[in-house]
Design a protein around this ligand. Structure first.
Ligand code: MN
Length: 278
């Protein structure tokens, strides 16, 4: 069994998106354009409504998947095909945009804490024009695995110790874990070999690796080298996302909310959207 070690540590940077939502952008920055198959990672966390109240009014997506995972607060999702969904603390929406949807993601609160993540996961060329699909997962459907030593892991997708997450049928065969270390704790987590994997720390700080140890603090993302497992140690309470996916190794043509393989496909996406074909 080969241990995965840290190859790069990067810090998220402040960003504004939607109609004026202030957040931290972790992937899709000048330092880290993407991490195949992951195209973007945002953390939104604020108890000031001015940071989130504007929300994300109607906007399109084509060619990839958007994953929203909430820690606190409430959001409402609505799309142009009549689908609606409510996102509350601990819930997940895994949306396969495929050939295209137009949707809005708006806060359902006027004050209080709003905290969560949005991850964009690429689709292989063969799936970019697939039918849109939603997996709306309530918090109660996300299983929790105890890893001993006060480590609790929520399994959103992928498998840990024989427990599978509720999100299924995703092309890049991802692993999405939310890990909480309660005190002084230690976890050894298997990750499929060949997958690109990262840890994003959102509370406290952790040490990644035994043989070669790196400290990773709140707001930092650690990109891991290849291997079969990752060892994590925390001297104090810490929380982090551990995410992995099969890299696609395909050409990337990217224009805002459209992510395709070629510029021609981007032009087609813009044309289709502007002609109301989504
Ligand atoms: Mn969106």
């Amino acid at each position: 069994m080969t241990e995965r070690t840290v190859e790069r540590i990067l810090t998220g940077r402040p960003a504004t998106d939607g109609a004026g939502v202030n957040m931290t952008r972790v992937i899709a920055t000048p330092e880290l354009d993407h991490f195949d198959p992951f195209l973007l990672l945002d953390e939104f966390r604020s108890d000031d409504a001015n940071d989130y109240i504007a929300g994300f009014p109607d906007h399109p997506h084509r060619g990839f998947e958007t994953v929203t995972y909430m820690l606190a607060g409430a959001m409402k999702h609505r799309d142009n095909q009549g689908n609606t969904g409510h996102l509350g603390p601990g819930s997940v929406q895994w949306m396969t945009a495929g050939r295209g949807i137009v949707h809005s993601e708006m806060p359902e609160q006027e004050d209080g804490l709003m905290w969560g993540f949005q991850l964009w996961v690429n689709l292989p060329s063969s799936d970019k024009m697939t039918e849109p699909r939603y997996q709306d997962i309530p918090a109660s459907d996300v299983p929790k695995v105890q890893l001993g030593d006060g480590v609790a892991v929520k399994v959103i997708t992928g498998e840990l110790n024989g427990v599978s997450g509720p999100v299924s049928g995703v092309a890049t065969d991802p692993l999405y874990l939310d890990v909480r270390i309660g005190g002084e704790g230690r976890a050894s987590v298997p990750i499929p070999r060949g997958h690109n994997a990262f840890a994003y720390v959102y509370e406290g700080s952790i040490t990644v690796g035994d043989a070669e140890a790196h400290d990773v603090s709140r707001g930092e993302i650690a990109l891991l080298g290849d291997g079969d497992l990752v060892n994590i140690i925390a001297p104090r309470p810490a929380r982090f996302l551990l995410v992995a996916g099969r890299p696609l190794g395909e050409p990337l043509a990217r224009h805002g909310p459209f992510v395709m393989n070629t510029q021609d496909e981007i032009r087609q996406a813009v044309f289709d959207y502007q002609s109301g074909r989504f």
